[in-house]
Design a protein around this ligand. Structure first.
Ligand code: ZN
Length: 344
């Protein structure tokens, strides 16, 4: 099992970051990896905190998570003696930090500034390849530092995406169970239960989301971190990623730039839960209450694109058995599924 070493979650704790590092016995050079916006907003607070702990640091500003950027950051690490890489931001910066950390054998810390997906704690990173995005197995962060005050100020759409990625664990776990029954794949009951339980938090949160945002954001962040831990326990992304993720990845290829990862996963979870004979209406209603998109046109995806995505989804990871291998759908079946679940 690969698990994060230390997790600090709190409200308005950014000034504690220097202490968080020294508690992890970090005493020397630190490399921050972040996007330009996050850098502008958090630079002063992070630098003040590090200066008061007498820690040296550099910044590397990245705009994309591509192999070229990873190579640049790797080179930077080879030329400087960094003790730790800190990924500050949403998806891309944390992914770049995670992969560079893996390539250069330097530990990394995750400082999420939004709760848009479960990559903040998981050992998996996705990188834009030449033809399609692909997923790497890296290492989990040795520390996660989540300031709920900062995360709750992120755009609502990012939080909705996190909710979609969380609710996706319902069908991911079902697909895993199915693979165990149909093809004898090992099923890790504990990892599956942890991922499933994390998704269940959304049903409660969706009822009091508007009244107590800070509390809800904290619960969602904790649940997202737990699903990353479930992946660390399973040693694979299985408990977190099933047919709904394959469709989301297929959409990355077919209609790049449309919809966020978790938004695509959320809509696909409604569809796949119907195939699994689960209570898809409850899943859909929960997503509606959390202001998550539930129709493909809300994320700009056309009917043809969605049909194509569901068609090619099983080819994205042929080794990953899901409900889409058991139930073969033709164009008409897919159209009916989309309309019955009110996704079109
Ligand atoms: Zn995901």
């Amino acid at each position: 099992m690969e698990l994060p070493g230390r997790v600090l979650i709190g409200t308005d704790i950014i000034q504690e970051f220097g202490n968080f590092l020294t508690d992890l016995s970090i005493t020397n050079n630190i490399l921050f990896v972040s996007g330009p916006k996050v850098h502008t907003v958090l630079k002063d607070k992070l630098e003040t905190s590090l200066n008061s702990s007498n820690l040296n640091f550099d910044w590397k500003i990245v705009e994309h998570a591509t192999n070229q950027i990873i190579d640049e950051v790797s080179l930077l690490c080879q030329n400087n003696n960094y003790e730790i890489i800190v990924g500050v931001g949403g998806g891309k910066s944390v992914d770049v930090a995670k992969l560079t950390s893996y390539n250069e054998n330097i530990p990394f810390i995750s400082v999420p500034t939004s709760a848009s997906h479960d990559g903040i704690s998981s050992p998996f990173a996705s990188i834009k390849g030449l033809e399609r995005p692909y997923s790497f197995v890296a290492s989990p962060p040795i520390g996660i530092f989540a300031d709920i005050e900062i995360i709750s100020q992120a755009p609502d759409r990012l939080l909705s995406s996190g909710c979609g990625d969380l609710i996706a664990k319902i069908t991911a776990v079902k697909d895993w169970e199915l693979a165990h029954i149909e093809s004898g794949e090992r099923f890790g009951n504990y990892a599956a239960s942890l991922a499933y339980m994390s998704s269940q938090i959304l049903f409660d949160q969706s009822l009091n989301f508007a009244q107590n945002r800070i509390d809800s954001v904290r619960n969602i962040v904790e649940a997202l971190i737990s699903t990353g831990v479930a992946a660390g326990i399973a040693g694979s992304s299985r408990p977190c990623s099933g047919s709904e993720h394959l469709i989301s990845h297929a959409l990355d290829v077919i209609s790049p730039g449309k919809g966020l990862h978790g938004e695509k996963c959320g809509i696909s979870t409604i569809l796949m839960s119907k195939l699994h004979d689960l209570d898809w209406q409850n899943i859909r209603n929960t997503l509606v209450r959390l202001n998550c998109p539930t129709k493909i046109d809300e994320i700009g995806v056309t009917l043809d694109e969605m049909i194509e995505a569901i068609n090619i989804a099983p080819t994205i990871r042929p080794d990953r058995y899901t409900i889409l291998n058991k139930i073969e759908l033709d164009r008409e079946n897919i159209k009916t599924l989309l309309s019955e679940t009110k996704c079109i």
